[in-house]
Design a protein around this ligand. Structure first.
Ligand SMILES: Cc1cc2nc3c(=O)[nH]c(=O)nc-3n(C[C@H](O)[C@H](O)[C@H](O)COP(=O)(O)OP(=O)(O)OC[C@H]3O[C@@H](n4cnc5c(N)ncnc54)[C@H](O)[C@@H]3O)c2cc1C
Length: 208
């Protein structure tokens, strides 16, 4: 495994869709970008159902052809069933330029985006976790990292700009800014499951 540089213009924490998108956009604008991801991809992740607005982002990243070619399931809309009522939501009726999206496996999708980031020039290090961030005044200026696999090397990287895309871990929000709070009015939780051999609802349309 090559060694994380000791300095970089932009450091990105996390290689999920947010991290690889930010990193790719910046490297395509000429910035020197280093991205550290704790896991080794492909890794499991929840959150598979994309909306058509993602297509524009794929175009900005220059990754649309790769996503189209991968063979993810096309999704022209959704069917929602609530007790005795049912609704068909067809994307073509919402925006004539964005008529579909994809249902993706996140392990494959996130890896595709991260590989694309590498192909655009982002220095990506998987199996490398950010352990702490140091500040000069209010400004984060360097971070320590540790490999979670292999030789378990450790080191420090300084940067001009930090993008925290660590998802639920929220490195900056939970460890330093302490600004992640549960909103008192929006008290939802999310849960999920997977079914085998399930049948389509009779009212649903193809791909919904
Ligand atoms: C039940 C459920 C269902 C969902 N369904 C959908 C859906 O259908 N469609 C949809 O669009 N969204 C869905 N979501 C939301 C979706 O999962 C998230 O919005 C999305 O994963 C956020 O992407 P991200 O890149 O910000 O974070 P993530 O994809 O979580 O990526 C963060 C990355 O940072 C890495 N990381 C964390 N800490 C460190 C560290 N210290 N150092 C280095 N790396 C680190 C992690 O390993 C991870 O790979 C769902 C969420 C839940 C909980």
């Amino acid at each position: 495994m090559s060694i994380v540089p000791s300095s970089t213009q932009v450091l990105v924490i996390g290689g999920g869709p947010a991290g690889s998108t930010a990193a790719t956009l910046l490297v395509r604008e000429g910035f020197d970008v280093t991205l550290l991801e704790r896991e080794v991809f492909p890794r499991y992740h929840i959150g598979e159902s994309l909306l058509p607005a993602a297509l524009e982002i794929f175009d900005l990243l220059g990754v649309r052809e790769k996503v189209e070619a991968h063979g993810f399931q096309h999704k022209p809309g959704a069917h929602i069933d609530w007790n005795s009522e049912g609704w068909n939501v067809k994307f073509e009726r919402l925006n004539e330029n964005q008529t579909y999206s994809f249902q993706v496996r996140r392990d494959e999708f996130d890896q595709l985006l991260l590989e694309h980031a590498k192909s655009q020039g982002v220095k990506v290090f998987e199996g490398t976790e950010i352990k702490s961030v140091s500040f000069e005044g209010d400004r984060p200026r360097s971070a320590t990292w540790s490999q979670t696999v292999g030789d378990r090397n450790t080191g420090e990287v300084s940067f001009d700009f930090l993008i925290d895309a660590s998802g639920r871990a929220g490195v900056m929000a939970t460890q330093y800014l302490k600004n992640r709070h549960f909103p008192s009015t929006f008290q939802n939780i999310a849960t999920w499951g997977y079914w085998k051999n399930a049948e389509r609802l009779p009212d649903g349309f193809d791909g919904a």
